[in-house]
Ligand binder design. Structure first.
Ligand code: PHE
Length: 369
């Protein structure tokens, strides 16, 4: 800080303006925290040694009579500027005056540790059940081609089974061959195809991920949701392996007293196909509102891998490497399953509105901490 008294050589108006502008800059440049406000005040406005007093003494002493008034006006303006700066510091919000305004009787600010989102938690639980059975995780893209999402899974172009998937297509794809057209994947099943093309049998994978459908949001539907897919291909895999694996998985997720049952169903890429139901965990099968008084809750789709899928995969593998091992249905077989993560989390926690998962409402989310 400059403690010297600046010299004033001329008392004409332009010289006065210039001299006071320099002083005003000096005041403005002196930033100070509320705690230092008193030191700032003393430095400028102190009655005996204040800078304003020293300068006005020095300048007024040698001022010609007609310069006293313009000098006085300017000193008053400068004083006002200093007072405004002081007032602003005192009125500053508590955050800016944290130390001066510290109130140790207020509750401290707690930074809560983060927790996994309930959907992520359920997804990780499902994946962990299959990791324990020797499955590894595979992932795939959300923007997928028609080939992986449909064709290789035995949904031919224009086949009505495509209508069940409410597909969101990417714009501007018309010029491409139909198999290369891009869409938002409607299920995690395309990762079955990607994995089998990349890897010879045997294969055991689980595929967690986001999927997209042109569904209107309601209490049980969301246009973006999550699935966990499973695929097991090896020699001698039978439908009873599928039943045993899923029965074990449902008991691991919902408790050992849960029963499973398999209903005939249809998916183009599995034959036979089934829907899996578990005994209602709310009423133990007696019938209640949540199971629509049936005693059973439908949870997932599954089936034995259709040989047509193995043929598409083998064809693609041979395009990349003519000597690649075939997925030969005469030698190998497999099963696949797919489950909705939201649906499972809703049953686990008795949640009736899927929208809660995406609301970001802390009162909802904190219950899973
Ligand atoms: N992909 C099917 C769906 O989203 C579920 C499924 C996966 C069915 C694997 C059978 C085998 O509806």
């Amino acid at each position: 800080m400059n403690e010297t008294i600046p010299q004033l050589l001329n008392y004409d108006e332009p010289s006065l303006d210039a001299a006071f502008a320099t002083l005003a800059d000096e005041v403005r440049a002196e930033t100070f925290s509320p705690r230092d406000a008193e030191a700032f005040r003393l430095h400028w406005l102190g009655r005996k040694q204040g800078r304003l007093k020293l300068i006005s003494d020095a300048w007024l002493k040698s001022a010609p009579a007609d310069a006293r008034k313009p000098l006085g006006i300017r000193f008053n303006q400068l004083k006002q500027q200093i007072e405004v700066a002081l007032a602003a510091a005192v009125a500053a919000p508590p955050a800016a005056s944290a130390k001066a305004g510290l109130d140790i009787t207020l509750p401290g600010s707690v930074r809560a540790p983060g927790i996994p989102h309930p959907l992520l938690k359920t997804m990780n639980e499902i994946v962990a059940v299959f990791h324990d059975l020797g499955y590894s995780t595979a992932l795939g893209p959300q923007v997928e081609s028609d080939f992986y999402n449909f064709e290789a899974l035995n949904f031919p172009p224009n086949h009505p089974a495509r209508d069940t998937q409410d597909t969101l297509l990417l714009a501007g794809q018309q010029a491409r061959p139909s198999r290369d057209r891009l869409l938002m994947r409607t299920h995690t099943s395309p990762v079955q195809i990607r994995s089998m093309i990349a890897q010879a049998p045997p294969i055991r994978i689980v595929v967690p991920g986001k999927v997209h459908r042109n569904d209107a949001a309601d209490a049980t539907h969301s246009p973006v949701f999550h699935q966990v897919e499973g695929l097991c291909v090896d020699t001698g895999i039978t439908f009873s392996d599928l039943k045993g694996t899923l029965d074990h998985a449902m008991k691991a997720l919902f408790g050992s007293s849960v029963k499973t049952r398999f209903f005939p169903s249809f998916f183009p890429f599995t034959e036979p196909s089934a829907d899996v139901q578990i005994s209602c965990i709310f009423c133990a099968g007696a019938g209640c509102r949540r199971c629509k008084h049936s005693g059973w809750i439908e949870l997932l789709g599954c089936g034995m891998v259709d040989p047509t899928v193995f043929s598409s995969v083998t064809e693609e593998r041979r395009k990349l490497n003519p000597a690649a091992d075939a997925y030969n249905p005469a030698k190998i077989s497999g099963f696949a399953f797919g489950m909705g993560v939201e649906r499972i989390a809703m049953v686990q926690h008795g949640i009736s509105d899927i929208g809660q998962f995406y609301s970001g409402d802390m009162r909802f989310l904190e219950q899973f901490a």
